[in-house]
Ligand binder design. Structure first.
Ligand code: FES
Length: 224
């Protein structure tokens, strides 16, 4: 794990990203991993915030929403990470499906560049697509997940912990997919040191901590 300073350079309101951050290359989180970020000049927020990438950019990365409202251009951050297990896009994947069940698809968008770079066809399943996505990305509603899964050889899902039961039934229909992973969104109040258990996720073989064992898990691990 690395610790270094970073800085908010620009804020966006486009739904695809929340901010552009500059930071040392070693701090840039891989898709699905997170950094713990703390603004020293922010007494209202004594705890570090987990931040995920929505894509990379020269000198840093685009942060996925949400971020604290009072983080503005010029806000200096202390960054720790990257932490957690992220997505593992198979190099051979040519048909990639990304399904966003939470309030944002931004964390999944970090997979766009690597998927398109390996010439994969990409469909984004969301009921609230942001503007400005690459034209190569096909957009479908979440209800199209079962049909989409029939051609995908890799599926990445982003879902709040409370909504996991919503995907367990459709997920049973996806058992033929070559590889599927799920980013489970939980609070990470103790900063990923594994002491509070408030990020615990109930999986097929018992409870796991999203902050340490995830936040990305194999879909098979969450099927009941
Ligand atoms: S965030 Fe506290 S145990 Fe995971």
């Amino acid at each position: 794990m690395h610790i270094a300073k970073g800085c908010i350079d620009e804020i966006y309101l486009d739904g695809r990203r929340a901010a552009r951050l500059t930071c040392p290359p070693a701090l840039v989180p891989a898709p699905g991993q997170y950094l713990l970020a703390h603004a020293a000049a922010d007494p209202a927020s004594p705890l570090a915030n987990p931040i995920f990438a929505a894509g990379i950019c020269p000198g840093g990365f685009y942060a996925a929403p949400p971020l604290p409202d009072n983080w503005l251009p010029g806000t200096e951050l202390t960054l720790r990470g990257p932490r957690g297990h992220g997505f593992s896009l198979p190099a051979a994947a040519r048909f990639v499906a990304l399904a966003a069940f939470g309030g944002t698809c931004a964390r999944l968008l970090a997979l766009l560049e690597p998927a398109l770079a390996q010439k994969a066809a990409v469909v984004l399943l969301t009921d609230d697509p942001p503007d400005g996505l690459p034209s190569a990305v096909e957009i479908s509603p979440l209800s199209a997940l079962p049909e989409t899964a029939s051609w995908a050889d890799y599926l990445a899902i982003d879902i709040p912990r409370a909504a996991i039961p919503d995907i367990q039934k459709p997920a049973q229909q996806l058992s033929h997919i070559g590889y599927a992973q799920v980013l489970i969104e939980t609070p990470i109040p103790c900063g990923g040191i594994g002491e509070c258990s408030l990020c615990a996720v109930s999986l097929r073989k018992g409870y796991r901590l999203a902050c340490q064992d995830g936040p990305v898990f194999d879909l098979k691990a969450i099927l009941g």
